[in-house]
Design a protein around this ligand. Structure first.
Ligand code: SAM
Length: 402
């Protein structure tokens, strides 16, 4: 399936409704670096390129939309169990927020696709279970440790100097092994050179024989990545939590090919998008902060020249992969839903004759809800009026108050 989003598009807005408007199985690689549940609110320093950028990373149940809970409870029992294993309401809220977004990422990822979830030890243990529940345990490939060294003021514990990348794949993932130069000690062991200039060593004596063992292309990168935090002034934007280009460069080279679509739903100051652009991949980014769109344009133009066509959007895209689905209120939809709900209104739970029920969007159209039957329900006209253009969660909270 091809994507319905033009390459080099940056969206400003909440990524959930925007992802709901992206075609299924249309993305090759997803890297996400969401808030970590660090109980901190971030802001870029005044005077930096990113000044004005800020995001909150504190979570309470009031951040949770009832419709998300409803979706998880009714359709994703494994996810529901993981969320209920969390120890605090703050952790639960964070996991619910992440789970509904990861469900969309699973839907839009191609069957050759890969996903890297960047987190840290605050929530990595829960997020791994969430990833298992969404993508399947068999889709897990690596827990990558990004080791970034550095000084620390910690006195009563080991200084914490790594983040975690949870790497999962679809059925037939792209994977290009990455090699780095051998260590000096290894090079010293390959101490012969043949007539073509290729280095080799002589093997140990076995059955009275020795043979030439040629040196490979380098050492294959393993699951511990020693990549320094950003030191170069021209790379640093001041954006809180900015990640190094070298980290994204490695992920993109390993799990995509030229022309593939790389997607970052929490793109911050556009590190993924800049790295993808340099490697001739197409890219799509989303960030809730308008500063991200400004920075992506600035960084990519500075990097690649003024002629880059970058599309900045704030609307919710329309999926083009649903085929000719009937209008939401078509009689066939109504008949099917009437059977599925056994004639009961999905709001107040009262039984009605079919003609007294109306077809309604569970996720409103204005936040990315589709006319697909999965997103439809029957409500009595009273509940439908209360709900209006708002979501199902609004209706339920209003009914609970009465
Ligand atoms: C950890 S930062 C990402 C940093 C990024 N990797 C970089 O190198 O700059 C997380 C980002 O997620 C964004 N964000 C938080 N909630 C969001 C949401 N619901 N939809 C889209 N972006 C969101 C924040 O504005 C912030 O820029």
């Amino acid at each position: 399936m091809t994507t319905n989003i033009k390459p080099k598009t940056i969206f400003t807005g909440d990524n959930l409704p925007i992802m709901r408007g992206i075609n299924s199985e249309s993305i090759d690689l997803i890297y996400l670096d969401p808030p970590f549940n660090s109980k901190t609110n971030y802001a870029a320093p005044i005077g930096s390129k990113a000044a004005g950028a800020e995001f909150k990373d504190t979570w309470t149940l009031s951040d949770v939309d009832n419709a998300w809970l409803d979706l998880i409870e009714t359709k994703h029992p494994a996810l529901n169990r993981v969320i209920h294993a969390a120890m605090t309401n703050s952790d639960k809220s964070y996991l619910i927020y992440m789970a509904v977004r990861l469900l969309e990422m699973k839907r839009i990822l191609k069957d050759t696709g890969s996903i890297y979830l960047h987190c840290d030890p605050t929530m990595s243990h829960y997020l791994k279970l969430i990833m298992d529940a969404v993508f399947g345990k068999g889709s897990f490939r690596n827990e990558i440790v990004w080791y970034y060294k550095g000084n620390s003021i910690a006195k009563k514990l080991f200084p914490s100097k790594h983040d975690t990348l949870l790497y999962y794949v679809s059925q037939n993932p792209t994977f290009n092994p990455i090699y780095v130069p051998y260590a000096e000690a290894t090079l010293r062991r390959y101490n012969h050179t043949d007539e073509d200039g290729r280095r080799y060593k002589i093997s140990a004596l076995r059955d009275g024989k020795q043979e030439k063992v040629y040196m490979g292309d380098g050492k294959m990168v393993d699951s511990v990545w020693d990549i320094p935090v950003i030191r170069k002034k021209n790379e640093r934007t001041g954006y809180p939590t900015q990640k190094p280009l070298a980290l994204l460069d490695r992920i993109i080279k390993a799990s995509s090919n030229k022309g593939d679509v790389v997607f970052d739903p929490f793109c911050g100051c556009a590190t993924t998008l800049v790295a993808a652009d340099r490697l001739q991949r197409d890219w799509i980014g989303i960030d809730i902060s308008g500063k991200a769109a400004e920075l992506v344009v600035e960084r990519i133009k500075a990097d690649q020249g003024l002629f880059q066509e970058i599309i900045a959007r704030t609307d919710i895209p329309k999926r083009t992969d649903l085929g000719n689905i009937p209008r939401y209120n078509a009689p066939a939809n109504k008949t099917r839903l009437y059977g599925e709900q056994s004639g009961y209104c999905n709001g107040c739970g009262t039984h009605f004759e079919k003609q007294h029920l109306e077809v309604d969007h569970i996720i409103a159209e204005n936040v990315g809800g589709t006319d697909h039957i999965e997103n439809l329900q029957l409500l009595c006209s009273h509940c439908n009026r209360i709900k209006g253009e708002r979501g199902q969660e609004y209706l339920i909270s209003r009914l609970n108050k009465n």
